[in-house]
Design a protein around this ligand. Structure first.
Ligand SMILES: [Zn+2]
Length: 253
């Protein structure tokens, strides 16, 4: 029996038995592949399948992010990796140098059939930062948030800058604040579609809070006892905020 990370119409195929959900485990995939299938791990394979095909009654399609609450952490991680590789595969069908057809060379590389150029999946690194000011933390509402929660200042790393420079720049650009004591917190693969989130803490140094209109719509410094709704798991922002709420991230002033 193999486990399958299958996507149809951008959604993950999950198998359910009563209330329990998991990745489908079967000898053969339940529908025709619309991408090349590839090995994701021991006895685990990934592929896109036909969205129109009828799945067995025991299987259904689920939004990848939603699946976090239903399947095991190990399977969610595999599914996320599968989604990143499928996204990469579908966006690198031709060589960027010569236009030749790209062929899969290994689970994580492709080679151009014409010029031999080899490519690997690319990640977009992005930083998140929890800015502390005494007992308070900066929580912001970005215009891109789909729900009314308040998260952390975040942004993509630009060419030619370090992660710490990116943190300082994003905080300045989005909130007009200068920060100090920028410290690494942790990281998380974020397969939406191919990001690596890198979390930091920092302390307020100076400046008046002012939001960039086109990025943030609201925010402020909040205490642990009185803060707005925060992002749901499994985001790194939530882990960082939880860590602050549990006081394991203490202010250093
Ligand atoms: Zn080429």
């Amino acid at each position: 029996m193999s486990r399958w990370v299958l996507f149809a119409d951008g959604k993950l195929v999950v198998e359910h038995e009563g209330e329990a959900y998991r990745l489908p485990a079967c000898e053969e995939a339940p529908s025709a592949f619309t991408s090349e299938s590839f090995k994701l791990g021991d006895d685990c394979f990934g592929a896109m399948i036909d969205a129109e095909a009828l799945l067995p009654e025991s299987m259904e399609l689920m939004d990848l992010r939603t699946s976090y609450g239903f399947i095991s952490h190990e399977e969610y991680t595999l599914a996320g990796k599968g989604w990143e590789l499928l996204f990469w595969d579908s966006h690198t069908r031709f060589c960027g140098d010569c236009g030749g057809k790209m062929r899969r060379h290994s689970p994580i590389s492709k080679i151009c059939a014409r010029c031999g150029r080899e490519i690997f999946p690319q990640l977009s690194p992005a930083v998140l930062v929890l800015v502390r000011k005494g007992d308070e933390a900066l929580l912001v509402h970005a215009r891109t948030f789909r729900r009314p929660f308040y998260g952390l200042v975040a942004g993509f790393v630009e060419t030619g800058e370090s992660l710490e420079e990116c943190v300082a720049r994003e905080v300045m650009e989005e909130t007009n604040l200068r920060v100090k004591n920028i410290r690494y917190f942790g990281s998380q693969a974020w397969p939406y579609p191919a990001n690596l989130m890198i979390g930091f803490t920092a302390d307020y140094e100076s400046g008046e809070l002012r939001f960039m209109d086109h990025e943030l719509s609201d925010g402020g410094f909040f205490t642990r006892d009185n803060h707005p709704e925060i992002p749901p798991p499994p985001s790194l922002a939530r882990t960082l905020i939880d860590s602050w709420l549990n006081e394991s991230v203490g202010a250093t002033d």
